[in-house]
Design a protein around this ligand. Structure first.
Ligand code: FAD
Length: 391
């Protein structure tokens, strides 16, 4: 079973197209090499963009396909399930980091300028949220943006950490402290920072997961930009928290959960195949009850994950409040995926530790999912707060 039985026909077609594309464009050997080199195939992504899927988060009025979040989530799932997370990464930097945030929070001028480029897959964003001393507590960011006396420019100072894709992005979607006072949540803005601006330096960090590109420290020293780069225009100044914690965040939680789910599916499929080919003690290891049951537990957990993910996507698509459900999906799928990773790793035994199989990459990626994109504890806090649990 791969999808809900009542999934709309157009999403089934999208799945088929994406999975055929991924199989043709990213072989197992290529996926290994991209991971090793922290890169993705730019020419393949350009061909992928021609299929139109980057516009699935963008209204037709701005050159998109019309917002279809369930379909966009299915695109991510299929790429990852096919072992091509290296294409899901740039897709997310385009359709989600760019498309969703500018659609939700951009000024009319920003929408007219940026959304058509994003819909064509020609522009990718990076996220500048985390900092050396700021992880989950994003309201405490220290990177500053100050309006200059000329009234036409602003200047940024500070350092962002783990800025994934700063090397290829057209803009870093950067959360900054834009007011001196300490009114938490009311002193923040988002600014679009082109990484090639004078005063921006990029220093790659070493990491073991999601290696479709580099994650970097990005330092701003006297970086001066026009006020037009404030997300939302003048009206967006000091509104950064609402932009961060608003509807766009619900969709972000779905996007990272779709990656997690897709990679977990790939891991289970690899372990399932392997267990039937590998023979020990005179029979396939899938014939040993503990292996057999572990694989069934992993598949069962996957089915529960599928429901959590697509229920959240459906709520977001239909405009229903879904902060709790999307946090539950992020939490549940990331935690189950870590368990699934361990199960699948054990099934492959020594071969899960060798570069010969994709499993070692799946395990590295899956174990990181409860940390990145808002840790499991951050999701638990959000759910408890939203449901009014006293603290
Ligand atoms: C490969 C990779 C790519 C990344 N890409 C990006 C990116 O593009 N842009 C970006 O901005 N960031 C990015 N990140 C950063 C990532 O989103 C953060 O790592 C994540 O938000 C968690 O922050 P932290 O690791 O600093 O954890 P911390 O906030 O320091 O927390 C550490 C631990 O303490 C727990 N904890 C903290 N506070 C609480 C609390 N109040 N209650 C309960 N538990 C708590 C956390 O759950 C966690 O387990 C990336 C990270 C990696 C590894």
């Amino acid at each position: 079973m791969r999808a809900f039985t009542n999934e709309p026909a157009h999403i089934a077609r999208i799945r088929e197209t994406v999975s055929r594309f991924a199989a043709a464009e990213v072989s197992a050997e290529q996926a290994r090499r991209y991971d090793r080199e922290h890169t993705f195939p730019r020419d393949a992504f350009a061909r992928f963009a021609e299929l139109g899927f980057c516009g699935l988060t963008i209204d037709q009025a701005y050159g998109g396909q019309g917002r279809d979040l369930v379909a966009a989530v299915a695109v991510i799932e299929e790429l990852c399930r096919a072992g091509a997370a290296c294409l899901a990464g740039p897709y997310i930097h385009c359709a989600f980091y760019g498309g969703v945030n500018i659609s939700e929070n951009g000024s009319e001028a920003q929408k007219r300028d940026l959304l058509p480029q994003l819909a064509r897959g020609e522009l990718l964003f990076a996220y500048g949220l985390s900092e050396p001393d700021v992880g989950g507590d994003l309201a405490a960011v220290r990177t500053t943006a100050r309006l200059n006396p000329d009234g036409r420019t602003l200047t940024l100072e500070g350092t962002k950490r783990w800025c994934t894709g700063a090397d290829f992005a057209g803009f870093i979607y950067c959360l900054v402290r834009s007011h001196d006072d300490d009114r938490r949540y009311k002193n923040l803005s988002f600014v679009l920072v082109p990484p090639d601006t004078d005063g921006v330096t990029i220093e790659p960090l070493d990491h073991v997961n999601l290696r479709y590109t580099l994650s970097s420290d990005v330092t701003f020293e006297g970086v001066t930009l026009p006020v037009e780069n404030i997300v939302g225009g003048a009206d967006g100044w000091q509104c950064g928290w609402n932009m961060l914690a608003g509807k766009a965040l619900d969709v972000e939680k779905l996007e990272i959960t779709a990656v997690t789910f897709g990679i977990a599916e790939a891991a289970v499929e690899e372990a399932w195949r392997y267990a039937q080919e590998r023979r020990q003690f005179g029979k396939p290891i899938s014939g040993h009850q503990s292996v057999r049951h572990a694989l069934v537990d992993a598949r069962t957990a996957l089915e529960a994950c599928r429901h959590m993910l697509y229920h959240g996507a459906w709520l977001a698509q239909t405009g229903k409040p879904c902060s709790v459900e999307t946090s539950m999906a992020k939490l549940f799928v990331a935690e189950r995926a870590a368990e699934i990773a361990i199960i699948c790793q054990r099934v492959l035994g020594a071969y899960a530790l060798s570069g010969e199989y994709a499993m070692e990459r799946y395990v590295r990626d899956l174990l990181g999912m409860a940390i990145v994109g808002g840790s499991s504890n951050m999701q638990r806090n959000n759910i408890a707060n939203r449901l009014g649990l006293a603290d």
